[in-house]
Design a protein around this ligand. Structure first.
Ligand code: SF4
Length: 549
């Protein structure tokens, strides 16, 4: 192994606090985040799964990351991936798919699932991309975990460890019987003469329909990420999960549709996790997709800060940020607050189903400046249906107004239509138009003394959009390491017809197509939908299912 890699992995390990130290076990899994260490260790899901797998009897889980200049070795024992029984990839970003291919290649593991046998590790995929749309990776992975690891892992690893006669094909057939396990090679897509998808069906009778699984109550499962390291977005703060799902129904947002129904952790469970973080001598990063919807956020934050802990939060909703919350965050050492207004245009806000009022944004900016925060980070989207140059000027005006009160860091990205959201039918705006809008914005925002703008790469956004709604034919391009223009046009830019069957629809995640289509029509018309009301609603279909499958 390259000495520079050993030195770097040992350096990263030495910076870590907490963690799990498990002795040799019956089944070993290398859990890989297919991006560099910093990105992977900032992922709450990756950390929680690492902790969870190490609680399973007989299972030892180690971590690995994409190393741009080397093959991947695990952090804990510096072993190559081929020496593990299983290699599990955490898939939360489509752009990482190229790194998945590269990691397997460098490890000397055949890329195609069908070319591997008992001499090779089982290749598992989990994370939100696994149940949004795993199809571009279907020929590579032996299986995907659909949904929350807490609901599937124990049965999955029990069955893997039980092994049995008949080799890998028999084992995969048996694993496919576990709810939440999807073995793609047991399903086959059928295409029509013009390349249109007609169906994805089991290769023989009796193959179960794959369905996402989730836990009903979060409180029975750890809320605290097991490792603290300064090499993350959160510095010396331990990650604590407050909630899953959102329920605000923003039409572009996978954090809402992919994690339904919305669930909150109790104040006691959060404080228990926070106390353990404080006992490690670290601060606390409170994370969740719609944090300010948690009724105990202020109380929890206050208690942590009164115990001497530093605190940070993920993005907050402007209309729900009180003066008290700002004061608590400032006392807890927060320097920068993140808000995603997406667009200042009320007309476009109705399309997205996300209303952030200008007066709320100004109130938060004023309050943030008053308690001594350094800046606000504001996220905006471009490429929304019906958007014009007027909206670009409105973004600049909004930034100008906020920056009269506090420094602003503006981050702009294109709207990327994702599978499983109402926008799964929408075409993404073309590259030329998006670039023109970036230029307009940059020209205006660069003139504002207290603001600076960054933007997501359009190429990367196009790659993400293509893979997010791709099918199995894309594996060929993944293996070659690039997506041709015609492929981007077909999968990212093309609006889908109402009748078109999607490559991911044989996998059930609970939210029904009719509901998503109705929401898409409201996007076109610019009509709002109320937030989720679990227990009082069966609109999308999730809450009618047995809770926490
Ligand atoms: S059924 Fe209603 S409350 Fe439940 S997740 Fe769907 S929209 Fe939200």
């Amino acid at each position: 192994m390259n000495y520079a890699v050993v030195r770097e992995l040992k350096r990263l390990r030495a910076l870590e606090r907490g963690g799990v130290d498990k002795q040799p076990a019956e089944c070993t899994i290398a859990l890989i985040y297919p991006s560099p260490y910093y990105v992977g260790m900032s992922s709450m899901g990756f950390q929680l799964v690492y902790g969870l797998l190490n609680t399973l009897p007989g299972v030892r889980c180690e971590r690995g990351f994409f190393i741009p200049w080397s093959q991947t070795y695990t952090l804990e024992s510096l072993r190559p991936l081929r020496s593990f029984d299983c290699v599990g990839f955490s898939l939360s970003c489509e752009q990482d798919y190229f790194n998945v291919v590269e990691i397997l290649r460098r490890a000397g593991i055949p890329l195609a699932s069908r070319e591997r046998d008992e001499r090779h590790p089982l290749i598992l995929g989990g994370g939100v991309c696994a149940w949004l749309n795993p199809e571009p990776l279907a020929d590579i992975f032996d299986l995907f975990v659909l949904g929350e690891a807490e609901a599937v892992s124990a049965k999955l690893f029990e069955r893997i460890m039980a092994g049995g006669k008949g080799g890998r094909v028999r084992l995969l057939r048996a694993l496919a019987e576990i709810p939440g396990v999807y073995v793609p090679r047991l399903y086959e897509p059928r295409y029509g003469g013009e390349g249109q998808l007609l169906a994805v069906e089991g290769i023989e009778s009796g193959i179960p329909a794959p369905e996402r699984q989730w836990v009903g109550e979060l409180d029975g499962w750890p809320a605290l990420a097991p490792i603290v390291t300064p090499e993350t977005d959160f510095g010396d703060r331990a990650i604590v999960e407050l909630m899953r799902g959102c329920g605000r129904q923003c039409r572009f947002c996978v954090a809402d549709y992919a994690y339904r129904a919305p669930r909150l952790r109790s104040r006691n469970a959060i404080m228990d996790a926070a106390s353990r973080a404080l006992s490690l001598g670290s601060g606390v990063a409170l994370l969740g997709p719609s944090l300010t919807d948690h009724p105990d956020l202020e109380e929890v934050g206050d208690e942590i800060v009164r115990s001497g802990g530093r605190i940070s939060v993920s993005s907050v909703r402007a209309g729900q940020v009180s003066e008290r919350l700002l004061a608590i965050l400032a006392r807890g050492g927060l320097r920068s607050l993140t808000i995603a207004p997406e667009t200042p245009s009320e007309r476009l806000q109705r399309r997205l189903n996300k209303e952030i009022h200008a007066r709320d944004l100004m109130r938060v900016a004023e309050g943030a400046a008053a308690v001594g925060l350094r800046d606000l980070k504001l996220y905006y989207l471009i490429g929304i249906e019906g958007e014009t140059e007027t909206e670009m000027e409105a973004i600049a005006q909004s930034v100008r107004a906020v920056s009269s009160l506090i420094h602003v860091r503006v981050s702009v990205g294109p709207l990327i239509p994702k599978a499983r959201t109402p926008l799964q039918w929408a075409g993404m705006q073309g590259e030329g138009e998006l670039r023109r809008k970036y230029r307009l914005l940059k020209k205006s925002i660069d003139k504002i003394p207290m603001a600076r703008m960054s933007n997501q790469s359009i190429r990367e956004a196009m790659t993400e959009a293509t893979l997010a709604r791709g099918d199995r034919t894309l594996v060929h391009h993944l293996a070659l390491g690039r997506l041709p223009r015609a492929v981007v046009e077909r999968y990212a830019l093309r609006a889908r017809g109402g009748e078109e069957l999607f490559p991911w629809e044989h996998i059930g995640i609970g939210v029904n197509r009719k509901y998503l289509w109705a929401e898409y029509q409201k996007y076109i018309r610019g009509e709002m939908t109320s937030p989720c009301a679990p227990g009082k609603c069966d609109a999308c279909g999730v809450c009618a299912l047995p809770g926490g499958r």
